[in-house]
Ligand binder design. Structure first.
Ligand code: NAG
Ligand code: NAG
Ligand code: NAG
Ligand code: NAG
Ligand code: NAG
Ligand code: NAG
Ligand code: NAG
Ligand code: NAG
Length: 686
């Protein structure tokens, strides 16, 4: 039980004295640790009906990474043998033994009408407070949230019989008291935009250092024209959020002017509405910012994946992202998306969290959904695409640890099922946006006890089961294609405001340790190219909500700026500077890791297409294969990722926390993945 670290000695002594020897304390807290926001009122009335949920211990939570590597490490005999969603649910659900033990305890204590959730994660029943108190040897008090005036029953400690304790994760109502919290969010790239001067060529390679057209991308990464007939199982998946609208006329103008007539007018993405989210607005385009992310994604992806289709998974929910730069008290999350892709996630328990978080995720019916949504939360309505790209995120330090850990665990489960997931690594180098742009501190750095000098890793990027994409640019004056072409460099745009530069997001997690697949690459960087800053190496513990990473505590007194023990990111990179796109009838140049990510994802979509055509499996989680063959990348060795008033990290030969392993070399990458085993379903049931 993770909760054991909350145990308080004095309290422990008290409760043990009161409890028969067969009961043991399951969760307890120091009453003084309750946020002052909550005011403790009187005892809950004995006859008040409490809705009780007993979360059962999930199986194999600690074996997920091992299983993921089993299907994604090229040296594993099970490479590519991805699991079905049923196999994943079965592997992680509580054991029948746990269900039986808890049921028998409750029934023998006189509780009936027990209901078991679909994925067997928890047992629910309603009972009067007095009966619950004697079941759990607890005293329930009413607590009032002084801000919202909401009331919730809670106890400072509860106990369960010794023999059932191993089968119980946590019980509610219990210790949980969660005031609503807010998380910031960014789209990476939408704000960096300039008109495309008419002298740039729509075609050819003569101005790639100033304006990147589809020919430049094809030449940079040696991507040939697609000749395969699209496999109906292999659409490219793009995640989008609130107010992102693509316009059919804009797409047609782009196809007409930049694709050599290869993509016909009328080619359109398919909207996969997440809980009613929309993405198309042909006739009521509100402002030019509205298409900044989605049209960038479509304009860079289509020339690579066409004639394959693009699916847009559109969240379109104000609850998840307010376009309110001035206030920026935005919540943000991917839970509804993950629920829609995997029905079992809707009620999945991990790290003390079951299902969506009532304080971070939308409630249904959901009036905050653009246009309102009167349905219930959608669970498992879409089959996960084989390749998925997202250019949204925030900072690790802003999101409750348990919330992000449960979500990270779900990315692992999608990898197990054969999905490759890409996230943009962020546009602020080693920092967040500065306070003037909505960040937490003047420089976008974190760590208040060192006056905000600690680098600020991004979320969900630090999750070890994602592939993070950083950004590169064609150096000014450099040529593309041909034998004298110069390699790309790490992106760097200075800005009028010295804090608000654009550089490739990168760094090291404060939560997740360095995963085995990048062990030697990261170690080589840290020893051969040791950054000129002090570091620290304590990681945050995964404790129940609402605890967040306390950087001051991790950093201690070392004055360190980064966590040398954490998962390093990005993993790879791609061009993220001055892509030519069409918005609102105009040609514009837009930049960001938001540009780099759909390009990389499109290239993987093409490789999956080739594997499927050869009767092989999709690629799933890519990092173990990537880190085992750096030769399929163009190493990026020039540039750094400034932020926090520093130069950030420097690029280097091999992996670095600016450009990862480098940019793709399509022919080499294709040869490598075609040489790996066919895979196919692993029908073993665990
Ligand atoms: C590329 O974009 C950056 C940032 O918007 C800008 O400073 C730079 O001038 C652009 N390059 C060209 C050639 O327009
Ligand atoms: C495609 O659509 C664009 C934008 O409406 C238009 O300018 C162009 O003429 C169309 N091309 C064809 C072949 O219809
Ligand atoms: C910021 O929040 C306040 C209070 O919720 C609201 O009145 C104001 O309109 C918001 N500002 C912007 C720019 O949306
Ligand atoms: C949702 O239900 C409310 C109340 O019945 C209604 O006013 C609203 O129009 C509905 N919204 C949608 C999108 O159907
Ligand atoms: C922290 O930095 C600010 C300016 O960035 C400065 O004014 C202040 O004195 C510093 N505080 C400490 C304790 O160093
Ligand atoms: C498309 O090309 C035409 C003809 O060269 C030009 O007039 C028009 O401005 C271009 N539009 C865009 C959005 O690039
Ligand atoms: C890396 O990929 C190339 C194909 O691009 C292949 O020739 C080589 O054997 C691979 N190396 C390893 C270590 O798998
Ligand atoms: C499936 O994976 C398990 C665990 O690695 C392995 O023991 C089993 O042999 C595999 N089954 C097949 C058919 O490859």
């Amino acid at each position: 039980m993770v909760h054991s670290l909350l145990l308080v000695a004095a309290l422990l002594a008290d409760c043990i004295a009161a409890a028969p020897t067969s009961h043991v304390i399951h969760e307890a807290r120091d009453p003084a640790s309750v946020s002052s926001r909550w005011v403790q009122k009187g005892r809950v009335a004995p006859d008040a009906l409490l809705p009780v949920r007993v979360g059962l211990t999930q199986s194999n939570l600690d074996r997920g990474e091992e299983m993921l590597l089993d299907v994604s490490d090229p040296d594993s005999p099970n490479y590519g043998k991805h699991w079905t969603s049923e196999q994943v649910t079965d592997f992680f659900k509580p054991s029948d033994e746990s269900t039986a033990a808890v049921k028998s305890w409750l029934e023998s204590s006189g509780f009936s009408d027990l209901s078991l959730s679909d994925n067997k994660a928890w047992i629910a029943f309603n009972a009067p407070a007095s009966k619950v108190e004697s079941l759990l040897h607890a005293e329930f008090y009413e607590f009032e949230d002084s801000v919202t005036k909401g009331k919730a029953p809670s106890t400072h400690a509860y106990s369960v019989p010794k023999e059932v304790q191993p089968h119980i994760d946590f019980i509610t109502p219990g210790l949980k008291l969660l005031p609503p919290t807010k998380v910031k969010a960014n789209t990476f790239g939408a704000a960096r935009r300039a008109p495309s001067p008419p002298q740039y060529s729509n075609y050819g390679l003569s101005t790639c250092d100033e304006a990147v057209n589809p020919d430049c991308l094809a030449a940079l990464y040696k991507i040939p024209k697609q000749t395969l007939t699209p496999n109906p199982a292999n659409q490219l998946g793009l995640y989008e959020s609130i107010f992102q609208r693509w316009d059919p006329t804009d797409l047609d103008l782009f196809f007409t002017n930049y694709t050599h007539g290869n993509i016909p007018n009328g080619t359109e993405p398919v909207n996969k509405a997440v809980d009613g989210g929309e993405s198309e607005t042909p006739h009521h385009f509100v402002s030019i910012t509205n298409g900044g992310e989605i049209e960038l994604d479509l304009d860079v992806a289509y020339p690579i994946v066409y004639p394959q289709k693009i699916y847009i998974y559109d969240e379109d929910d104000l609850h998840y992202q307010r376009v309110d730069i001035a206030n920026l008290t935005t919540t943000f999350g991917f839970n509804d998306l993950l629920d829609a892709l995997d029905g079992s996630y809707c009620t999945y328990s991990a790290y003390g969290e079951t299902g969506n978080d009532p304080n971070l995720d939308p409630k249904y019916p959901d009036p905050e959904k653009h246009g309102g949504f009167n349905g219930t939360l959608e669970c498992g309505v879409f089959k996960p695409p084989y390749v998925f790209s997202s250019s949204y995120g925030g900072q690790e330090v802003d999101v409750p640890i348990a919330y992000q850990a449960r979500q990270c665990n779900e990315f692992m489960k999608l990898g197990l099922q054969g999905t490759s997931i890409f996230f943009a690594s962020g546009d602020s180098g080693v920092a967040d946006l500065p306070a003037s742009e909505g960040g937490d501190s003047p420089t976008g750095c974190t760590g208040s006890n060192s006056n905000y000098t600690v680098f600020n890793p991004a979320w969900p990027n630090s999750c070890p089961y994602l592939t993070n994409v950083g950004a590169t640019e064609v150096a000014p004056g450099a040529t593309v294609g041909g034998s004298d072409a110069q390699p790309e460099v790490a992106v760097f745009f200075p800005a009028a405001n010295p804090e608000n530069i654009y550089s490739s997001g990168g760094g090291f997690s404060n939560i997740y340790p360095r995963p085995s697949y990048q062990q030697s690459a990261v170690e080589e960087y840290l020893t051969k190219h040791t950054p000129p800053y002090k570091s620290y190496s304590d990681l945050a513990k995964i404790v129940p909500n609402p605890a967040k990473v306390n950087v001051n505590e991790l950093q201690g007194k070392t004055g360190g700026r980064y966590n040398s023990a954490g998962r390093g990111y990005p993993d790879v990179s791609c061009n993220g500077a001055n892509a030519t796109i069409v918005i609102h009838g105009e040609a514009l140049l837009e930049s960001g890791t938001s540009q780099a990510t759909p390009i990389f994802a499109s290239i993987i979509n093409r490789i999956v297409e080739e594997r499927l055509a050869a009767g092989k499996s999709s690629l799933g989680f890519l990092n173990p294969a990537f880190y085992k063959n750096a030769s399929i990348f163009n190493d990026v060795v020039k540039g750094h990722n400034a932020g926090c008033g520093t130069n950030g990290f420097e690029t280097a030969t091999g992996w670095d926390p600016v450009s990862g392993l480098g940019t793709p070399d399509y022919p080499k990458m294709l040869a490598y993945f075609m040489s790996l085993p066919s895979g196919g379903w692993n029908s073993t049931s665990y």
